[in-house]
Design a binder for this molecule. Structure first.
Ligand code: ING
Length: 288
């Protein structure tokens, strides 16, 4: 498996450019022997819940109405050509029932033939319905409760790449339930992406800096160990539209040990050969 840590995505970046960057990381990971690449949460755009959109309708322009679709076709085509699968996070506009529009923070699992074999919609939506201000007037921004509906698919395991794969998204990792529900289904590899700010748009530290990375890894290492599963976590890192987001992408073994970790705050590909014989493993970190 490989984990593709994303650098910041400018809000003005055209979708095609963002997809091309994912294709490049997929190629790099495949070149190193990966069978599956884990991309981050909302990997196709800047993480727009970090700011207030001028009107709710504008959220739709950040959303995919189907997956795959013409915009992401280059990624699906290259994955199929290389025989490599991927886990992709994106904002979803769904109309599961006619006239009932819903917005979800979603990820899909795609096998080496370019087929969607699993889907998950984020359950734990952090942040606020409206921007929150502290007495000094600083604006705290994570408006996922404002923009997304609570996921309705639950946590499921999918057979892919010779293992039982589970998915969760960002804030989910901080709660015991997602790990346990997947663990009870025999998950062998949990894939997830995250957008985690350390300093917000107004320069406000969203939490004591030493806690940010500690709690990020604590939640995933505990989840891995307590459920005896591998964890592959991909960050969106760097200063994105004024918000500093932590990196720390990593691959964690069922022992709870971090066996590969990003060392930069930018785009970086990690790769890990998981021998499900659980005897030996090796890792290299490619910094791009
Ligand atoms: N982001 C953050 C997460 O990593 C957050 C929200 C930030 C929680 C800082 C706690 C501290 O959970 C998303 N997108 O969930």
């Amino acid at each position: 498996v490989a984990v593709a840590q994303s650098g910041p995505i400018p809000d003005a970046a055209p979708r095609a450019e963002n997809v091309a960057r994912l294709v490049a990381m997929l190629r790099r990971a495949a070149g190193g022997g990966a069978d599956v690449v884990v991309f981050t949460e909302c990997a196709l755009s800047a993480f727009f819940p970090h700011w207030t959109l001028d009107h709710p309708a504008s959220i739709d322009e950040y959303c995919e109405r189907s997956m795959p679709n013409p915009d992401v076709e280059p990624l699906f085509a290259e994955a199929k050509r290389l025989g490599v699968g991927f886990c992709l996070g994106y904002a979803e506009l769904a109309e599961d029932e006619p006239g009932h529009i819903r917005h979800y923070n979603t990820c899909v699992l795609v096998d080496g033939h370019g087929s969607v074999v699993g889907k998950y919609r984020k359950t734990h939506l952090p942040g606020y319905y409206v921007p929150d201000h502290d007495p000094a007037g600083h604006v705290y921004q994570n408006l996922e409760k404002r923009y997304f509906d609570v996921g309705d698919l639950g946590w499921q395991c999918f057979e892919a790449f010779g293992m039982r794969v589970g998915m969760m998204i960002c804030n989910d990792r901080r709660w015991a339930e997602p790990w346990r529900v997947l663990g009870l289904q025999g998950a062998e590899c949990v894939m997830l992406g995250y957008n985690t700010p350390t300093v917000g748009v107004t320069g406000v530290v969203t939490e004591p800096t030493h806690l940010g990375m500690f709690q990020n890894h604590l939640s995933m290492q505990a989840g891995a160990y307590q459920n005896s599963t591998w964890v592959c976590a991909a960050a969106k890192a760097g200063k994105e539209e004024g918000v500093y987001q932590m990196g720390g992408s990593c691959i964690i073994a069922p022992t709870g040990e971090i066996v590969a970790q990003a060392t930069t705050g930018e785009t970086q590909t990690l790769r890990r050969c998981i021998v499900l014989a659980r005897l030996y493993y090796w890792c290299t970190v490619l910094t791009t």
